[in-house]
Design a protein around this ligand. Structure first.
Ligand code: ARG
Length: 474
């Protein structure tokens, strides 16, 4: 048990309390950003002449060594073990620094509190994670874009209520997911703006009497601004809740997609074949090839929602400013970032390797009266009011169901028995290809309409790629 706050205490902390209170088991992953923040703080203390230049240099050098030790494979385990003695990553780094450089190390915490330190660390960490998420979303969007271009003419049934509704194309269906993940990316970019505010200098809650240069620290750490209220600075976790909410939405989109892949991969649909690399077998049924990746992605959505709800509930009713409850922000945030990153990245790879069966999709679209609306529209085009056209076509469908035929299997005479307005050109009008090609309103599945949207996506993707590459290199 090694602590930063022995002075006021006469007795020892109960061993169980120490373990209960400690966060080092999970916040050790903040070591890198903790050191990054401390280096900026030390440089600022030096610049403001709060500590000497020699002290600054010694602190920076010591911190860099600790970081290297932690990253070096041979000492990683030893460092982790030593860390286990401490309450949290902040105490550990400070103690290790003092061990290394002596008294100068004791000056690092001048004008700083662990409360603003942890607030800073979490923002630095989250900032990296959100950028990583945007680059994973970019890969998903780029993959979708490629697969859309391959399937501009692959006709498939569009569903409502999981019943065949109207024909669409696979490009159009995949395009719906493109829109969802695009919004997810935009949400991440927007949240980034609120993450990117520097809390350091908030002190424990009430700022400090030292002449800190907060703007300088913010600049060193590439923040856009400093927070305007020190009490809020140490106790704001809104940005994390926003992240968990954005992650929940990504996961919700993934789980909808996963559900479709699971259905489409079933023997009843056979729209797709999942590559062997992304499926698993059964220990007893030799014939099985199960869509486990998609199912796990769907399943893990529950825990990401749980992470969001967990933090929302932790923050509810907390008085200002810092409370130890807030230490509970970490495990749910780490879990959500890890889970969504793994799901997003695996799902993208699975999608790249997925085989779509265009012939099965086209056959499926040809059954189930997906062209019934077009038959009604045809009659409306011949002057029958749409409501009557709907009624007539409904009767045609009923007759077809009885005879197990499709609308375009009927002869012209049979059709004319329902309405004299049916003529030879009806067959062309209700052909699947026509049904899709003529849907040309903006956002519709017609090839030309989809091509226009794809063109716009290309510009967006190019800009996104540049932005993600730039930010990842910061
Ligand atoms: N481990 C703590 C956390 O994660 C750091 C802040 C500790 N501050 C304090 N006043 N006990 O929130």
């Amino acid at each position: 048990m090694a602590q930063l706050w022995g002075g006021r205490f006469e007795g020892q902390t109960d061993a169980e309390v120490f373990a209960f209170n400690a966060s080092i088991g999970f916040d050790i992953r903040l070591l890198d950003v903790d050191i990054e923040g401390s280096i900026a703080h030390a440089k600022m203390l030096g610049k403001q002449k709060i500590i000497t230049r020699e002290e600054t240099d010694a602190i920076v050098k010591g911190l860099e060594e600790i970081r290297a030790e932690f990253l070096a494979d041979d000492s990683k385990d030893a460092v982790r073990k030593a860390a286990g003695e401490y309450e949290d990553v902040h105490s550990f780094v400070e103690a290790r620094l003092i061990e290394k450089i002596g008294d100068a190390g004791k000056k690092l915490h001048t004008g700083r509190s662990r409360n603003d330190q942890v607030a800073l660390d979490m923002r630095l960490y989250t900032r990296k994670q959100i950028t990583h998420m945007r680059s994973l979303l970019y890969r998903m969007l780029d993959t979708l874009h490629g697969r859309m271009k391959e399937h501009l003419r692959t006709v498939m049934p569009g569903f409502t209520h999981l019943q065949k509704a109207q024909p669409v194309t696979l490009a159009h269906h995949l395009g719906a997911y493109f829109e969802m993940f695009k919004r997810d990316e935009e949400r991440c970019a927007d949240i980034f703006l609120r993450i990117n505010v520097c809390p350091l200098g908030s002190g424990a809650l009430a700022g400090t009497t030292y002449p800190l240069d907060r703007d300088y620290v913010a600049k060193l750490l590439s923040f856009d601004a400093v927070c305007d209220n020190s009490m809020d600075g140490v106790s704001d976790r809104d940005y994390l809740i926003e992240c968990l909410s954005a992650l929940s939405l990504i996961q919700m989109h993934l789980s909808r997609f996963a559900e479709e892949i699971i259905l489409w991969n079933s023997d009843e649909y056979r729209f797709v074949t999942i590559d062997d690399a992304y499926a698993t077998g059964s220990s007893i049924m030799p014939q099985k090839k199960n869509p486990d990746v998609a199912e796990l992605v769907r399943g893990k959505t529950g825990r990401v929602y749980g992470d969001l709800l967990s933090l929302l509930t932790t923050m509810k009713g907390l008085p200002l400013a810092y409370n130890k409850d807030m230490q509970e922000d970490k495990e749910c945030a780490f879990d959500a970032f890890d889970t969504v990153a793994a799901c997003l990245s695996l799902f993208t790879e699975m999608l790249k390797a997925l085989t779509f069966h265009a012939d099965v999709m086209a056959k499926s679209a040809a059954r189930g009266f997906t062209n019934a609306t077009d038959a009604a529209d045809y009659l409306a085009g011949k002057g029958v009011p749409f409501r009557d056209a709907h009624e007539i076509t409904g009767r045609v469908v009923l007759a077809c169901i009885e005879k197990n035929r499709a609308i375009d299997d009927l002869t012209l005479e049979e059709l004319k028995a329902f309405a004299p307005q049916f003529e030879e050109d009806v067959f062309e009008a209700v052909s699947l290809k026509n049904c899709v090609d003529r849907r040309l309103t903006h956002g519709a599945p017609g090839e030309e309409a989809v091509k226009k949207v794809i063109k716009a996506h290309e510009r967006y993707l190019k800009e996104l790629q540049v932005s993600v590459t730039q930010e990842e290199s910061v």
